[in-house]
Design a protein. Structure first.
Length: 279
């Protein structure tokens, strides 16, 4: 009887740890997303290109915003293939954790670099800056997509209990919402705290870099919490014995009218948001 009681307590404790760790991961995941989607473009347009040449500034901002819009559309196209790669992954640490950790760590480091002027290249050699920017931004987006897909695909493998999965998903969505919204509250106090010059309340490059550093640090710590605090449960029902190739993914995409309609609507939405942010 005592052994059964202890086993039950251990199971509940393990479930609680997994739930909290996953929720913490969701918190960091959406702090990163909010920073990238809402405030990175603010840094680009307001702080990165502020030379005395207004025409050059406007031209560089236009190039960057167009590149971001184009790369986001490319991201939509490659997302199904990323999901396919994750689905075919087999490691000792599970199917999803390796991608969550690698994706979260690399995308956080890439974000940190993007919140710099890359040693002044934005002014001394704008063309080289754009080339490096494209490479780093693509790298960040790809690894963020691996993390995003891998992270939200983990819920079904964290527990056999449907009730526990619902609790885990609910906790994660609550913390995800907190992460998304808290950035708008803390961003300027953090930027101004680390800035040497207030610049009318918008801070300087130093303040924005340290804000990005905090976001990147949270991103790394939260994926480590997911890696060490959760446990993927093996099940014969979840084992994928049939390999799905890229050609199979293409067939699914091209022959599914509803999926293509949703994809098109999201492309239009992303394009609209990018145009709005650029204006």
């Amino acid at each position: 009887m005592n052994q059964t009681t202890h086993a039950s307590k251990d199971l509940k404790k393990s479930a609680a740890t997994s739930r909290i760790s996953y929720a913490f991961g969701a918190f960091g995941h959406d702090i990163f997303y909010a920073t990238l989607s809402a405030y990175f473009i603010t840094f680009i347009t307001s702080h990165l290109f502020n030379t005395g040449d207004a025409a050059q500034n406007n031209r560089m901002v236009l190039y960057i915003t167009q590149l971001i819009a184009g790369l986001r559309i490319v991201e939509l196209i490659i997302a199904p293939f990323i999901g396919n790669m994750i689905d075919n992954t087999k490691t000792r640490r599970g199917k999803f954790k390796p991608w969550v950790v690698a994706g979260g760590t690399i995308s956080s480091l890439a974000l940190l670099i993007l919140f710099t002027d890359m040693g002044g290249l934005n002014k001394t050699n704008p063309v080289l800056y754009l080339i490096i920017f494209v490479f780093i931004y693509i790298t960040m987006n790809i690894f963020y997509s691996f993390k995003d897909i891998g992270f939200w695909s983990m819920v079904p493998v964290l527990s056999f209990s449907s009730e526990e999965r619902e609790k885990t998903a609910t906790f994660a969505r609550i913390n995800s919402t907190i992460g998304t919204n808290i950035i708008g509250v803390v961003i300027m106090p953090i930027v101004l705290f680390f800035s040497l010059h207030r610049n009318g309340g918008t801070g300087d490059n130093r303040g924005w870099f340290w804000f990005a550093f905090i976001v990147a640090l949270i991103g790394v710590l939260t994926v480590l919490a997911v890696a060490f605090g959760t446990h993927e449960i093996e099940s014969d029902l979840r084992k994928n014995t049939e390999k799905t190739g890229f050609k199979d993914v293409l067939k699914v995409l091209t022959k599914n009218d509803q999926l293509m309609a949703i994809a098109l609507s999201y492309v239009l939405y992303t394009t609209g948001i990018s145009i709005l942010n650029a204006s």
